[in-house]
Design a protein. Sequence first.
Length: 158
Amino acid sequence: MLKPLAALAALAALSAPAALACSCLPCDSQPPLLDSEYINGAFVGELLSVRKPASGSFPSETEGGFEYPAELVYLFKVTRSLKGDMPKYVMVRSASNSAACGVTFSFEGLNAVAVSSNEAGSYRSSMCSQMCWGAEPNRSLITEDTMQTWADPFAAEE
């Protein structure tokens, strides 16, 4: 009797939809943002607008019965380029919620933004690329008036 129950439990676990959760490496396990091969650009900028893409242009993806949230598009005016040849205005895509590694930027101050880019030249940011701004050796790249969009939960408080 136990074998059929165990087989049923294993089948249920395999067919259950995947949970959406963001998981990032701790900052001390990552290279400095400017040295990372995964970060194509970094800048400090003023957030000008945030919008959802027009419906149909970036549909939600469904995988394993779970629908991933749509993206948001942030428009920044670059005030200081830190890595890469950043244009004066940059559109950055990110997932619309933190469970999908989405980032929340602020209108209330300058934002430090780390981005990756694809072949088409569009920029993306995620919680994993944003969370290490306050860690050594990235701390010197930003100033007091720059918003940190994510605090490293593993960083020691000073």
